[in-house]
Design a protein around this ligand. Sequence first.
Ligand code: PLP
Length: 382
Amino acid sequence: MEFETRAIHAGQEPDPATGAIVTPIYASSTFVQDEVGVHKGYEYSRSGNPTRTALQECVASLEDATHGLAFASGLAASDAVLRLVLPGDHIIIPNDAYGGTYRLVARVFEPAGYAYSPVDMTSLDALNLAWRDETKLVWIESPTNPMLTVVDIAAIASFAHERGAVCVVDNTFATPYLQRPLELGADLVVHSTTKYLGGHSDVIGGFAATNDPTIAERLYFLQKSLGAVPGPFDCWLVLRGIRTLAVRMRQHCANAHAVAAFLERHPRVERVLYPGLPTHPGHTIAARQMRDFGGMISFLAESEEEAVALVARTRLFQLAESLGGVESLIEHPARMTHASTADAPFAAPPNLVRLSVGLESAEDLVEDLERALVRSATAAGT
Ligand code: PLP
């Protein structure tokens, strides 16, 4: 079945008890047993809940995975996945990884005895230089948040496999509609479902998917042992979002193309980071491994002051953290989402502005940016 069909039907049979077309919110912490150990598949909602099962089957299907596990947040999913390796092992992460991933690895895992190296993964030579005998896990993000760096997932996955490590891809920016890392050779996919999968800025959630039954079994053990599971209402919200994922992503991409083209021509914009632009260094790889280029754009304003002024001047693009919802958002990574990376190998450039291009009219969005850029210029006295 095609992606659009699976988004609406995978894991979402009409409710057998009532015929309800929409998967019910099974708001129950526990489930009755007929005899000790004899039950209808559920015992206690930390270890399993029917609304969560529907979500897990649906996202696994979209990622072409045999197994999927939902978590309370993207970082809870990342935490469980990183625990697949052990203290003493070495982890490689992108040198411009999402700030929360960096913080988790550098401030939680490293003090617990794990080693890590931040690496520029656009270069296999750099990966090779950082490699150690203890390297057990390579963490990819593509495109990255917020620099929109694109890396060759297939090449890095086979590099990792040749050396006995697992390869994980944070697919939050791309979504399974645009990019399927398991098909490209990765062992695991991780999501913040808070973003495009939920799609409406009303839920926090995470996900991990794999085709490896041994990894899946260990992850399920970690899911129930760590206990960072999403509640049934949160699962239901993500499922509802996913039903329109394909149409939303098509529009996010179309709008982002229009906004990126406008920004690239604007004299007050120093540089636009959008993988859909032929000038982007990762454009060729992105064109090969993605269906389209996504709804996230970053750009360099003329100065830090200009960037900070600009993000407060747009009206449709609202100043807020997060991304992937129907409404357009603008933010200043250095002082907002990526402030925690100030001490990291990667620091967001002070003049960087990040856009999450929503589903409003592209014309209105361009006009909003045009007005804000002109006013920034006026405020700067030019
Ligand atoms: N991965 C990426 C690329 C993200 O952008 C985020 C959040 O912004 C996360 C993971 C963490 O997800 P959550 O905020 O749902 O914990």
